[in-house]
Design a protein around this ligand. Sequence first.
Ligand SMILES: [Zn+2]
Ligand SMILES: [Zn+2]
Length: 457
Amino acid sequence: MGTLLDFLIWVRVKLSVYFSILIHFCCNLENILSIKALKGFKDILPDEVGLWQFIEQTARDIFHRYGFEEIKVPILEKTELFVRTIGASTDIVEKEMYTFADRNGSSITMRPEGTASVIRSYIENGLYVRGSVQRLYTIGPMFRHERPQKGRMRQFHQMSVEALGSNSARIDTEVMAMAWQILQEIGLQASLEINSLGCTACRPSFKEALQGFLQVRIQNLCEDCQRRSSTNPLRVLDCKSEHCQAQYVSAPSITDHLCGACSDHFEDVKQTLSLLAVPYAVNAKMVRGLDYYTRTTFELLTTELGAQGAIGAGGRYDGLVRQLGGPEVPGIGFAMGMERLVMLLSQKDKIETRPVLDLFLITLGETAYEKGFILLQMLRSQGLRVMMDHEGRSMKNQMKQADRQNAGFALILGENELVNREAVLKDMHSGEQELVELTPAFEDWAGAVLAKIKQLQ
Ligand SMILES: [Zn+2]
Ligand SMILES: [Zn+2]
């Protein structure tokens, strides 16, 4: 009996030892495993950020050439805004939105696209009183809980453009020409596909014809299409299933159902695109994923990414402002995905986007370092991009840093140079060296360096 008790005590002690080791391991696990970014969320590192800036700057410049102004809107909005604009039966609202309860219990959503927020702001701030047509653009992150894949992130970035206040087909043409020009100027080949979705007067007759067509084939359609044939029949036309698509070849075409006004509008769009030499093709099956589109819709496609062809898309949304409680104001807009543009560009010839350092300031010795540190600030105030080393490294090492930073020039300031009242300016590309005279007045040094650089350039 005694031995059994001893054995049990021994087991308990052993177990508690193992248990404490396990606990210790688990407690440290958090320290061992470092924290990673969320799935579908990505850092944009310094090496790639240059491409982002290049695309953004080119786009901004073109937006401004077309008279568009920037508007910055919040990332969080009331969930209702997106349900009412995008449509309750869309993939975005049904499956993809980041929606959660705020601390006070109200339902809020991280914006899945840009248009809804811009229109909300347009109405809330009465921007329509600023002038008859408002041309607005915004650039920033959007959020959709999709399955992450190459080029598709849960936080993605869009340039989003809205022109509000005009029915004219010429606005449609301007907006498409602008999107086209952005792709041209950043150096991407794309094709433009356009369609008209009609208006509230003519779309119902098309819907009816389409529903009749679907009803006959309902058993042969995929589950999504079966459901959508009653909730949102237009959407079946962009079903991903080849089996469904094979049957839709003979589906009624929206372009055959346009009313006189929509038909004229579409003709004007096509004619003026041709006048501006913007190549396009009509794709009568393009319906776009959002419920609010009317009349013109368009997509910009590239073949360079294979199946994920669309790099930009948009359309007219004449009833949306009214639907959100604003005045009867028509509008048209588009969005372009930054990630795909960056991915396409990074596959092409290297574009030099890294900022270039004008000068690396090399100092040797304590006095030179102290003087150099103030000179650094003076040179920056003169508009130069300048850096220096604070680790007291060797001349050779500092020269290497200058090289690595791709500096145009290096300025060498040592104890001897201070005594002789001259510094050595080295052209890092040609290797040529020149002396810069350091006048007794310290405040003149930056000017002397700048003048010498200009002389050598
Ligand atoms: Zn119509
Ligand atoms: Zn289908």
